[in-house]
Write a protein that binds this ligand. Structure first.
Ligand code: PGA
Length: 255
């Protein structure tokens, strides 16, 4: 945790979820409104097909809905893509950019991720920029170099603490049940904080830094207790209300 920074717990449904899955979102919004004290922000990033319906479901609650990617242009001949403005038009208030699955599956470079992040800001969305090393890079001792390269190349120059969030997601920890040691998370997050503060000053000092990769109710409290960890980006455990609320509850307890 960082003092005076409100944590964010963000879920990423990836390519999961049909309209009937929105009952889980209903259970999340109900559970969050009843049990939590509004000490954390809660966001669910759903497939593009569900953004409108999910935003309707969450209307009037404290849970935010977002998309998982956006094109860098506002409109145009880009078959299959959606823009930040389209996410906003559907009721979404956030977008994830640069997830390692996009970087790998769609060949997204730092320059592309940066332009998508700029598009997120242009569309007035909370923009979550993902970075993280592969297993081979960690074994080669390159983790901090990779993080520096990705931060330098992917962060918009006009990043603000209110609108940009960074998610550190070691690629080898995503969906595997593996989690780095607390010391390794602390080192990575401390490095990110210094890099962002050097570049963005006070805005970097106040930016939320999420940890992502096999976050579960059982390890959430320990992860959240690490310096400069200001929330979580959660994949698998965001699909079920019980798990996601369990993570949120662990975070609220510490606030
Ligand atoms: P996971 O995914 O929680 O299933 O490991 C995290 C992510 O990819 O954001």
């Amino acid at each position: 945790m960082t003092p005076n920074i409100k944590p964010l717990v963000a879920g990423n449904w990836k390519m999961n979820g049909f309209r009937n899955s929105l009952s889980e979102l209903g259970a999340m919004t109900a559970g969050y409104d009843i049990a939590m004290r509004n000490r954390i922000d809660m966001l669910l990033c759903v497939p593009a097909t569900l953004i409108f319906a999910a935003a309707q479901e969450a209307l009037g609650t404290r849970v935010h809905v977002g998309g998982q990617d956006c094109h860098f242009n506002q409109v145009g001949a880009h078959t299959g893509d959606i823009s930040a403005e389209m996410i906003a038009d559907s009721g979404g208030t956030a977008v994830i950019v640069g997830h390692s699955e996009r970087r790998t599956d769609h060949g997204e470079t730092n320059a592309i991720v940066k332009s998508k992040a700029e598009a997120g800001l242009r569309g007035d969305l909370l923009t979550i920029v993902c970075i993280g090393e592969t297993e081979a890079q960690r074994k080669a001792g390159e983790t901090l170099d990779v993080l520096k390269d990705q931060l330098d190349g992917s962060m918009p120059d006009d990043s603000t603490a209110a609108k940009v969030v960074v998610a550190y997601e070691p690629v080898w920890a995503i969906g595997t049940g593996l989690v780095p040691s607390a010391a390794d998370v602390e080192e990575a997050h401390g490095f990110m904080r210094n890099n962002l503060t050097d570049r963005f000053g006070d805005k970097g000092a106040k930016m939320r830094l999420l940890y992502g990769g096999s976050v579960k109710p059982g390890n959430a409290e320990e992860l959240m207790g690490i310096a400069n960890v200001d929330g979580a980006l959660v994949g698998g455990a965001s699909l079920k209300a019980e798990d996601f609320l369990g993570i949120c509850a662990a975070y609220e307890k510490l606030c």
